[in-house]
Design a protein around this ligand. Sequence first.
Ligand code: FRU
Length: 589
Amino acid sequence: MKKLIFCTLLSLLLLGYSTAFGRGFSLDVNGDQATINLDKARKQTLWLPIDNSAKEVKMRVVGSSLFTEPVTVRLAEKSVDCWMPIYLDKSTSQIEIAGCRPEYVAWENLRIGKNPNPEIEDFRQHIHFTPEIGWINDPNGMVWHKGEWHLFFQYNPLGTRWGNMSWGHAVSRDLVRWKQLPTAIYPDSLGAIYSGSAVIDKHNTAGFGKDAMIAIYTSSYRSANVKCQQQSIAYSLDKGRTFTKYEGNPVLPSSRRNFRDPKVFWHEPTSRWIMPLACGQGMEFYSSTNLKTWKFESRFGDKHGCHFDVWECPDLVELPYKGGTKWVLFCSITKDAAHGSSVQYFVGDFDGHTFTCDTPEAYTDWINYGRDNYATVTWSNVPDGRCVALAWQNNWKCCSREKFPTVGYRGYMSLAYELQLVEYEGRAKLVARPAREYDNYFKRVVLEQRGSEVVGEQDLCRLESQGRACRLTFDFAELKAREFGVRLSNDRGERVDIRFDRAKRELRVDRRESGKVDFNDKFPSVSVAPMSAADEQSLTIVLDRASVECFTDIAAVSNLVFPAESYNRVEVYAVDGSVVANVEVACGK
Ligand code: FRU
């Protein structure tokens, strides 16, 4: 017994020494090849020093059960921006890196054990999901299941720029507080894991089990001579905590390069699964009875809408309209659309085979007129049948280069929206409003005012946000002013101006002086949305640490902002005349 205690103490001491005083690994750098030999294979975390301006090098984590394929990292060449974790399992003994140099500062900055990233929380949002570490883009696989809102997302766990696409995972019970869980799906021999959806298989159509959560995603393969995208599936029987990839993947094989982002839903009238898929500059529809074999149904869009770039991230939802229903097809366009990355939509009908559009071919409308709202898709299996959507709160034009204001993580999700169709100028228009779940959050009323006349510029209130998000609600009536609006600012003079222009029938959100804007020349900008001709105008502004989302009766405008300090001053104004306003300002507790 004594011997056992002595041996245990000794090994604990030695283990402590190797991590506390030794580095826990040895390094062998030879020309452009490096090997990190781990002292003792055990569960631990190796922290890789990353430099966002460095070129990518290839890395192989030998024996890893997570990173089974080579990954790419921007290993620190000259300086360290942050550290990214590699979770090592017991079977991982070595990491091989190709394409590096002996003089990289990375070598002396490798760490084992505790997270070496300094806590820089400047632009952490409060009610907008943000990853703890790493890069995120599109929301994926959103599904409500057993009381949890699941959010999977495009994730680079090894950098703060795009790469190594995996599905990250977070859950929430109230859409306000999010908990990030371990990465759900890692790249495999079929390629990176691109965007897709998740469904609950209530009738066990796929045979993985009743109520299995099934993820349908794009396997995106790239090598020197082959680039192709195919659709694959994986299932979870433990509430999305672990996924098993189907051994028959890909379920929809293809050699096409732009063939991605399956958003599957159950079509009750034909008792089949329908998969809208983005294919070049159009959307295709596939059907299946078991999620494992798919049949082509039809293609839409070659002549419709905006065609600045390939189409991405479809969704097809049925919404109530004028006593019946209409189908709405979402379509994201990456670059050079009117506002950079943005999401257009088409209203029409879907019979289980073909989508027919109500609007003329040249007609385009957008779900959100702001700069930071992309890849919008909806949750499946929402218990009360509401159409609840989420977008990536970013723009490919501004986020993917070397510089960005956040450190160690990059990317946010939007608020969750409830979507509805309203009749506007003779057409069905899609309108987004913050989900009702946020009402439970905005409980600390800071100001309530009824019927106050606004003439010229007036201070409305000081915002003591206490690090929380705030919601400002305005009902403007008796509109006599030519222009009127709201200005949010801080003591440094950084500001966002939200202005209704009655002559032009526009809502303009100006972030040119909003704070840090010089990290990308496309960032300082004015977003323009239509304004209805109604005699009264409503405006809801949700202000979080790094974003301003605005909602009127017909438009949503969502933008990122990076003020040095949160905006704490609210002004209202009216130009050439007056307006009358009812106001409520409330913040999170
Ligand atoms: C949209 C997108 C998708 C693709 C994913 C890759 O932002 O380009 O089409 O699946 O990002 O990360």
